[in-house]
Design a protein around this ligand. Structure first.
Ligand code: ATP
Length: 293
C-alpha cells in the first residue's frame, strides 16, 4: 500500500498589524510570519475502504470530520473524484490552539502529501488556492519560510528570515484563547500602536537581531494579555533572562523570546519549564511542509 510521511511545521509571528475588516468578517492583516523547527509528524497511508480515518494519541484534537486534515483530504478527494481511502496518523508536538498555526500546518501537509501520493501534479499556486478554502494561514504553511503576509493572510511576499543561529524560546501557557474573541475585542478598541513592518524587514535583511527584537509588535497582544496576564509574566521572565525581545505569537497564548546564544535560551527554558511544560528552544526553518520519505 502507498504511504507518505511528512513534517508539518509551526510558525511564529514577528509582527501582526490589523488594518481593517472585510464585508465577510475576515480581518485585513499585515504580518511577518516565520516557520520554526517545531513540527508534527504526519503519515498518510492508503486503505482498502473509501474512508478518511484519523488517528492520534493527542486528546486535544478532533478525530472526526472537524479535524482540518479531514477537511483537506475531503477537499482533494471531491475535487479529483478520488475513491481511494486513507488513514492519517498525526503525532502532535505543536501546542494546540496556540497561535502557531498547528491545524493550518497539518492541513497544508495533507495537501502536499496527497498531491504527491496521488500524482496530481498541482503547482504551488494551485495548492495555495485550495489551502485558502481551508483557512487563511494554510497557503503560508505550504511553503513556509519567512514572508510578509497581507490581505487576510494569503498574499505572501517572501522576505529574508531569521538567521539559523538565532535561538527561539517558545512557551505555551496552559490556557485556551479564542481567536474569534480576540479579534472581536480588538474591533471595539482604537489601535494606537502598530508595527513598522518595513523597518522590521530591513532589520531581517541586515541581520540586525537586536533592533528586530526590540521593535517586534503584535496589535493582538494587549487584548489577550488583558484577559490572561500570565502572558505578560512569561514575557517579563524572558526579558529578565536575557531575551533580546519577547512577544506573543498570533492571537496567543504562545509567547516566544529571541536569543543570540543557546546557553541563555536554555537557562530561561529551565526556569519556565517549572510552570509551563510546553516550552521549547528551536531554530527557524525555510520549509513549511517537508516530505520525509
Ligand atoms: P492559528 O495560529 O492559525 O490561529 P492556532 O495555533 O491558534 O492556529 P490550532 O492549533 O490550529 O490553533 O487549533 C485551533 C483549533 O482547531 C483547536 O481547537 C483544535 O481542536 C482544532 N483543530 C482541528 N484540526 C486540528 C489539527 N489537525 N491540529 C490542531 N488543531 C486542530
Amino acid at each position: 500500500m502507498n504511504s507518505i510521511k511528512l513534517k508539518s511545521r509551526a510558525k511564529i509571528n514577528l509582527s501582526i498589524d490589523v488594518l481593517g475588516k472585510r464585508q465577510d468578517g475576515y480581518h485585513l492583516v499585515e504580518m511577518i510570519m516565520q516557520t520554526i523547527d517545531l513540527y508534527d509528524l504526519i503519515e498518510i497511508s492508503e486503505i482498502e475502504d473509501n474512508q478518511i480515518i484519523i488517528k492520534s494519541a493527542s486528546d486535544e484534537i478532533p478525530l472526526d470530520c472537524n479535524n482540518l486534515v479531514y477537511k483537506a483530504a475531503d477537499l482533494i478527494k471531491q475535487k479529483f473524484n478520488i475513491t481511494k481511502g486513507i488513514e492519517i496518523d498525526i503525532q502532535k508536538n505543536i501546542p494546540v490552539a496556540a497561535g502557531m498555526a498547528g491545524g493550518s500546518s497539518n492541513a497544508a501537509a495533507i495537501l502536499v502529501g496527497l498531491n504527491k501520493l496521488w500524482n496530481l501534479n498541482l503547482s504551488d499556486q494551485a495548492l495555495e488556492e485550495l489551502g485558502l478554502k481551508l483557512g487563511a494561514d494554510v497557503p503560508f504553511c505550504i511553503n513556509g519560510g519567512a514572508v510578509l503576509a497581507s490581505g487576510i493572510g494569503e498574499e505572501l511576499t517572501p522576505i529574508k528570515g531569521l538567521s539559523k543561529d538565532i535561538c527561539i524560546l517558545v512557551c505555551k501557557p496552559d490556557l485556551f484563547v479564542s481567536t474569534k474573541e480576540v479579534y472581536e475585542s480588538l474591533d471595539s478598541k482604537h489601535i494606537d500602536k502598530r508595527p513598522n513592518n518595513k523597518f522590521l524587514i530591513d532589520c531581517l535583511k541586515n541581520e540586525d537581531i537586536r533592533k528586530l527584537a526590540e521593535n517586534m509588535f503584535n496589535v493582538l497582544e494587549e487584548v489577550t494579555v488583558e484577559k490572561h496576564p500570565v502572558i505578560q509574566q512569561i514575557k517579563d521572565i524572558m526579558i529578565k533572562n536575557k531575551a533580546l525581545g519577547a512577544m506573543m505569537s498570533g492571537s496567543g497564548p504562545t509567547v516566544f523570546g529571541l536569543y543570540d546564544n543557546i546557553e541563555d535560551a536554555n537557562i530561561c527554558k529551565s526556569i519556565l519549564e517549572n510552570h509551563f511544560k510546553q516550552t521549547f528552544v528551536v531554530a527557524c526553518e525555510e520549509k513549511g511542509v517537508e516530505v520525509n520519505g
